[in-house]
Write a protein that binds this ligand. Structure first.
Ligand code: EPZ
Length: 430
């Protein structure tokens, strides 16, 4: 169904709450690692890249479609989670509005196109439900590397006809996307680039590892200074994507909220330290081993206070899910969102289910209640949608979650995985 030019889900999720989650779930490849890595395949000359553990997500299909518009040959074996990308020949450097509108992360092709072709023309990425999502830090980095930037008629054009030159760049905010775009551009710039105050997320490390396998020389990813020695050419290579720490964290919260016992295979504890610490503070039992994490909880969770911060702080992408858990925890908790300016869209939806939450600027006060009641709610954005599913798992009666295209962007096989853990959830036509 289309409302204007926005495609709305014709489907919704129906959840009957009250089932403890028990069993074993395997985490898929990380959405926020694979999207920049797919953009980085544009740098691969001489031979294709073969990416493994690629999650079957709407966003992966979207960015792959963007690459095809540039003349790239790409084929995605969704069942085998393998993406084959041949960027040996690129015949366009322009990304159209209709695809960039669908997914802001399409803007991540600006850096590789600038490095590979010396120019790029990308539709200005719009904002979204959680914020205006500016790109000033991306553009500051490109200009520091010698690119000319022109903005007009809804497009951003960048050009560097003589090629990019290494530079010293300081990021006012450790932006994940800006760090990734600058890393990809600098990987083929002449000379050394020093990036100070970069994002330190595991997905940045994964991108740097892939670029280094392609022949780049990047040191310090995951720390507060990254050094890049530009190389004249990078080559397509095989690479395996890291597991998705936010998907893992979402199932960890689901196990805790339903007072279940779930083994989450492929979860990497190192990437989840703040989430593990907060779940333990809430009274949840966490057992970590080399292959995954077991989460169990035999009683109602105690509430916690959370404050989102850039990595290694508490991840903003886990804020909505934790709020759903706090809504039914014992006690009052504070949720402070410091990364995005409008990431409390799930509050009104949780309140429809009986949650007691009061917003005061960037902080929400959550007073835990014994039970939520199922009703019709909607996914306002990806992680808010996940929070509504979690709330439905513990609510009395039936919860219907609409606009689930948001959820399909970031969770691979959510319904099948939850059914496998004993949840009563199904996807139906709206
Ligand atoms: C990435 O978005 C993730 N998306 C987001 O995940 C995640 O929430 C975010 O990083 C923070 O961790 C992908 O990786 C595809 P940012 P990104 O640039 O790169 C401001 C999800 O649910 N900023 O670190 O857009 C910006 O306004 C999604 O999986 C500038 O001011 O995040 C925001 O307040 C949601 N100027 C803050 O930085 C800029 O040029 C964080 O943005 C860029 C960003």
């Amino acid at each position: 169904m289309f409302l204007g030019d926005v495609e709305l889900s014709m489907e919704k999720l129906i959840i009957n709450g009250g089932h403890r989650l028990e069993g074993h779930v395997k985490i898929s490849g990380a959405k926020n690692a694979v999207l920049p890595i797919i953009a980085a395949t544009l740098l691969g000359q001489d031979q294709p890249s073969i990416l493994d553990e690629v999650p079957a997500l709407e966003d992966v299909h979207t960015i792959t479609e963007v690459l095809r518009k540039l003349g790239v040959k790409a084929s995605f074996d969704t069942a085998g989670h393998q993406l084959h990308v041949d960027s040996t020949a690129i015949d366009s450097c322009e990304a159209p509005y209709d695809l960039v509108r669908k997914m802001r992360a399409s803007f991540l092709i600006m850096g590789p196109l600038l490095a590979r072709c010396g120019k790029a023309k990308i539709s200005l990425p719009g904002g979204c439900a959680i914020g205006t999502r500016p790109i000033d830090l991306h553009l500051k980095g490109f200009e520091a590397l010698g690119a000319d930037i022109h903005i007009g008629h809804g497009f951003i054009e960048a050009s560097a006809p003589e090629g990019l030159k290494g530079a010293k760049i300081y990021l006012d905010f450790p932006s994940v996307g800006a760090t990734e775009n600058i890393l990809m551009a600098a990987s083929m710039a002449e000379g050394q680039t020093v990036l100070e105050n970069p994002a330190q997320e595991p997905e940045i490390v994964d991108l740097a590892n892939y670029l280094n396998v392609m022949g780049a020389k990047i040191r310090g990813a995951g720390t507060n200074v990254i050094k890049i020695e530009g190389r004249p050419k990078l080559t397509g290579r095989a690479y395996t994507i890291i597991p998705d720490r936010i998907e893992a964290g979402t199932y960890m919260v689901a196990a805790a909220m339903t007072q279940g016992n779930v083994y989450i295979e492929n979860a990497i504890s190192e990437h989840l330290k703040p989430v593990i610490a907060k779940l333990k503070e809430a009274g949840v039992t966490i057992e970590e081993d080399i292959d995954g994490i077991r989460v169990s909880c035999s009683k109602r969770t105690k509430t916690v206070d959370i404050k989102t911060m850039p990595y290694p702080g508490f991840p903003t992408d886990m804020q909505a899910q934790f709020m759903a858990m706090m809504a039914v925890s014992e006690g009052n908790g504070l949720v402070t969102e410091t990364v995005f300016e409008n990431r409390f869209m799930h509050v009104d939806e949780l309140k429809r289910m009986g949650a007691h939450i009061r917003i005061d600027g960037r902080t929400s006060m959550v007073e835990g209640v014994e039970r939520l009641t199922g009703c019709q709610v909607k996914a306002t954005d990806l992680r808010a949608g996940a929070a509504m599913v979690l709330a439905g798992l513990v609510a009395d009666g039936e919860t219907q979650v609409g606009y689930i295209h948001h959820i399909d962007r970031g969770y691979d096989n959510l319904v099948e995985k939850l059914v496998g853990l004993g949840a009563d959830i199904r996807r139906v036509d709206q």
